[in-house]
Design a protein around this ligand. Sequence first.
Ligand code: ZN
Length: 193
Amino acid sequence: MPDVVQDGAVVSLAYTLKLANGEIIDYSEVDDPLEYLHGAENIIPGLERELTGLHVGDSKEVEVQPADAYGDYDPDEVEVVERSMLPKDMPLQLGTVLAIQDDENNLSEAIVRAISAKDVTLDFNHPLAGQKLFFSVQVLGVREASEEELAHGHPHGPDGEEDFDELDFEDFEDFDDDMDEDFEDEEDFEEED
Ligand code: ZN
């Protein structure tokens, strides 16, 4: 396989991800690169598209519009609910990500945007919805994926082990960690009509 980023290639990438305000929200350094399988939607579409055709050693600045990243921000996804509708032991802090269960037992993630004595404002948009993303990327390596990797749709570690961590940038502000805890003590939540 030539040293070109293409479908079916496992790509090693160093990157920095910034928001429009310059804040760095994620990165992977040269000595600990991200590995992903190109063409398998391991990474957001707007970034994957711009990486296609790059050679090993190439660097690139990539600006990704919200629609090609985590979607546009939808004001209708923000709801004000009475505090009494939420489980009493639910940790309510500004910016906390909660796992909310609706009447149909669907779990969704919501960020606490405001808290008053009576109400809580929950934002069901993805934390990065509406954000333009700015990547600085450097292609460190390209190799042909194994058949097993292609079948699984993700790369494996050096000894073929399953150590792939989905790259969806949800590590943003310990998003995943918060979710795990919240899922453990999830309780029914009835939507206010
Ligand atoms: Zn696998």
